[in-house]
Design a protein around this ligand. Structure first.
Ligand SMILES: NC(=O)c1ccc[n+]([C@@H]2O[C@H](COP(=O)([O-])OP(=O)(O)OC[C@H]3O[C@@H](n4cnc5c(N)ncnc54)[C@H](OP(=O)(O)O)[C@@H]3O)[C@@H](O)[C@H]2O)c1
Length: 265
């Protein structure tokens, strides 16, 4: 039994919803994060009907002030699943959007939000806590000279960069937490699951959220072991993009991230 409080971001749809339901089934008290009250409450009700414990928390992760509020509302957790994400968008992937703080939206929601949320929750993570970041096999190095992707925008490239940054952050944080009984890992759940972001991209789905949820639960429940700083492709440990292991790149990313999060950390 998972007798702990688990925050799952983006739990109103797709993979996050499936993970939230599965964690509740295993006994976790799930904080169902979303930005749509009706859909978040529907997940909470479904968990309650099955005899589980859940509450909704509504926050737009495209606003760093709201991310900070989410951490305050949630307080202490034993499991944090940074799942919410924005996909590549619709072909030809040219619609460039900025977050409330003026950052490129995919970088903001898929990378800056989980980094800030994790950092704000760190002091309340007890012994044995786990952080699981939802990554992707689609990763591309961040261009530090063009963090907002002002030139030649493509949503797919923006998505790949955000997931590269999230994997790099995972490895950095694992090193930082060394000696503390808290693990952080990054999981590519499954390729082209049948979810909103894949349907929107018009690429035919290849797998189900059930398959992705199994990969997530494998790490989130500790079944995969309690090692930290790993990247998983589905159920198996695998290498992330080689650039995420480059210490100079990671140092630059830390510096750029600290600047972008400066007034919120
Ligand atoms: N689908 C795949 O094949 C695949 C493959 C690899 C990795 N992943 C990763 O898996 C995770 C879940 O994606 P999914 O496939 O389940 O997609 P999805 O069905 O589109 O779900 C995305 C979730 O993120 C939430 N979200 C998006 N923008 C948000 C914002 N600004 N503030 C708050 N919540 C926001 C969505 O809320 P709304 O419903 O309100 O929009 C939704 O709950 C993502 O990190 C994705 O990158 C997916």
């Amino acid at each position: 039994m998972l007798e702990q409080k688990a925050l799952v971001t983006g739990a109103t749809a797709g993979l996050g919803r499936a993970v939230a339901l599965a964690l509740a089934e295993q006994g976790a008290h799930v904080v169902v994060h979303g930005r749509d009250a009706k859909r978040a409450n529907a997940v909470v009700e479904r968990i309650a009907e099955a005899g589980g414990k859940a509450e909704a928390c509504l926050v737009d992760l495209g606003s760093l002030a709201q991310v900070r509020d989410l951490a305050e509302q949630v307080g202490e957790v034993g499991l944090l699943v940074n799942n919410a994400g924005v996909g590549a968008g619709r072909p030809p992937y040219r619609k460039r959007e900025l977050s409330a703080d003026g950052h490129e939206l995919r970088l903001a929601v898929n990378y800056l939000a989980p980094v800030l949320l994790t950092r704000r929750l760190l002091s309340g993570l007890g012994s044995g806590a786990r952080i699981v970041n939802v990554g992707s096999v689609g990763q591309a190095p961040v261009d530090f000279a063009d963090l907002r992707l002002d030139r030649g925008y493509r949503g797919s490239e923006a998505y790949f960069r955000s997931k590269f940054a999230l994997a790099a952050f995972t490895f950095d944080l694992a090193a930082e937490l060394d000696g503390r009984d808290v693990t952080v890992n990054c999981v590519h759940p499954a390729s082209l699951m049948n979810t909103h972001m894949v349907r929107e991209s018009l690429i035919p789905p290849m797998s189900t959220v059930g398959t992705g949820a199994k990969a997530m639960l494998n790490v989130a429940t500790g079944a995969a072991g309690e090692r930290s700083g790993r990247y998983f492709d589905g159920l198996n440990p695998a290498p992330a993009h080689e650039g995420t292991y480059d210490l100079a790149t990671r140092a630059r990313l830390r510096e750029a991230t600290a600047e972008m999060l400066a007034s919120f950390l």
